[in-house]
Design a protein around this ligand. Sequence first.
Ligand code: CP
Ligand code: NVA
Length: 305
Amino acid sequence: MLRHFLQFKDLSRDELLYLFERTRVIKTRFKRYQPYHPLTDRTLAMIFEKSSTRTRLSFEAGMHQLGGSAIYLNTRDTQLGRGEPVEDAGEVISRMVDIVMIRTFEQDIIERFAAHSRVPVINGLTNEYHPCQILADIFTFIEQRGSMKGKTVAWIGDSNNMCNTWLQAAEVLDFNVHVSTPPGYEVEPERAGLYGTDHFESFADPMDACRGADLVTTDVWTSMGWEAENDERLKDFADWQVDAEMMGVAKPDAVFMHCLPAHRGEEVTAEVIDGPQSVVWDEAENRLHVQKALMEFLLLGKLES
Ligand code: CP
Ligand code: NVA
């Protein structure tokens, strides 16, 4: 059966646990320089309508390391940027490659592409979601601290694609998210694709959201696509900077995460992101390993470890 990964809840809890276990196996082999080429002769098309460092590099290197190859396409040099319908692009591109990753604007664009695709489609970030990043974040937490079940994540800042995806993940994997956003930037549960509100709680004061948290995380105040609001956002978010005081009220062994790129002095202080509780470099590296496991799963199904 054709499977896509367009939002976090496209995978069940069991499939996610399988994926994290495969990630561990694939990462260990990679670190030992043991070649592993289950995707020989498979091709990944990567379509970017927004900028990227980590997503492009991790998918391209990951596909190469699994024995396949990757092709980078962007809106500027393809017919997608000149108005070719996304449905037609889905029909054509999916006849030429084995798997597709897309970074674009509205979630609707990737949904329409996938509806016309013969091959698996992966969300490499949309305005609404960033599911590959949350796979890496949760795998990183598991590596550092064990299962996420019952844990508390403090989300400080904008209720953006990262926040929405944390909230979806909380429902699937049964943990809690404490969200603190400035007024006017609150979570929209429908846009976040939530079933209910059992797994998240909103806090007016970011200090209260961080209190007792196992993981504190934030993201840029201005996501790609919202640049016109930058000046206003700098003012509105000024009190939502993750600093040592916020980390101080979280659990003593709490970790700090950020999907990167980061703006030191805006959403996080240098002291926190470069400090001992920060796991941002492991978090970034783990994009490579989780996405290799994801592509393996979408193309080959469940394998014996
Ligand atoms: N975190 C993340 O997706 O980074 P890029 O924008 O560099 O891909
Ligand atoms: N929320 C950010 C994440 C970048 C990886 C954005 O969408 O720009």
